[in-house]
Design a protein around this ligand. Structure first.
Ligand SMILES: [Zn+2]
Length: 246
């Protein structure tokens, strides 16, 4: 436990919180700008198990913001999930890290969430986010939504039975034409680091029994015009996903 000594000195964590982290099982969906930052923090913080799912290979253009990878990974066209696993077990050999080189879809999500305490959103598309949302709500598993674009990003905690879900926020989304993966967008490495850190922080609060401190609604940040705003998101009685009346 010595490696966590400074973290355990934080009054909200302590030995009890550290023990809970050590028992926690996390699913990291996507290992790009957000996923690398989130998994790096959670593994260093001492979570028990992390399953990282991503089908893409490391490219040179990833290195600007994806801190677990290096030039050798890009030259070797190493799958991101596997490159992340290799790096993370060097960082903390006490954590069990599982790499899955696949795309999360409706056919495999049941298998990958069934032993999981919390799902982390490191995806880059809304089709996958709505799949996570639906499955998480059905199985009563919390998930931490994060999104980045250019200089702005969002974080939202979705706790089934308590908070609004993604479908409450975007009831008419996704439309068919909106579900396809879009062209690459610009994104600052500072932004993925900040949003990923906030998502990891929310997960640590949840997993250590600090739920009352979690962000309510959606946090919106723009790093260029210096906006830091919390937006209320209400549960919808007619939500097609999480409402009891659906
Ligand atoms: Zn809902």
């Amino acid at each position: 436990m010595e490696r966590y000594s400074r973290q355990m000195l934080v009054k909200y964590i302590g030995e009890e919180g550290q023990r809970k982290l050590g028992e926690a099982r996390v699913l990291m969906v996507g290992c790009g700008g957000l996923g690398t930052n989130i998994s790096n923090i959670l593994v260093r913080a001492g979570i028990g198990f992390i399953r990282i799912i991503d089908k893409d290979l490391v490219e040179l253009s990833n290195l600007q913001r994806q801190g677990l990878f290096d030039e050798r990974d890009a030259e070797g066209r190493i799958p991101k999930a596997e490159a992340a696993r290799r790096r993370l077990i060097e960082v903390n050999s006490e954590v069990r890290v599982e790499a899955v080189v696949e795309e999360l879809d409706s056919g495999n999500i049941g298998r990958y969430i069934k032993d999981i305490d919390i799902i982390m959103d490191g995806t880059d598309n809304f089709a996958t986010r709505f799949l996570i949302n639906q499955t998480a709500v059905e199985n009563n598993i919390p998930w931490i939504h994060g999104g980045v674009s250019s200089t702005n990003g969002v974080v939202m905690n979705i706790i089934p039975g308590e908070s609004a879900c993604l479908k409450c926020l975007y009831p008419h989304f996704p439309q068919k034409e909106d579900t396809s993966r879009s062209e690459p967008i610009g994104v600052m490495g500072t932004l993925t680091s900040i949003i990923g850190s906030l998502q990891a922080n929310e997960a640590i609060k949840y997993l250590t029994g600090n739920r009352k401190y979690m962000i309510k609604g959606m946090l919106y940040i723009d790093l260029w015009d210096n906006t830091y705003e919390r937006i209320e998101v209400k549960r919808r009685d007619d939500c097609g996903c999480c409402s009891a009346n659906r």
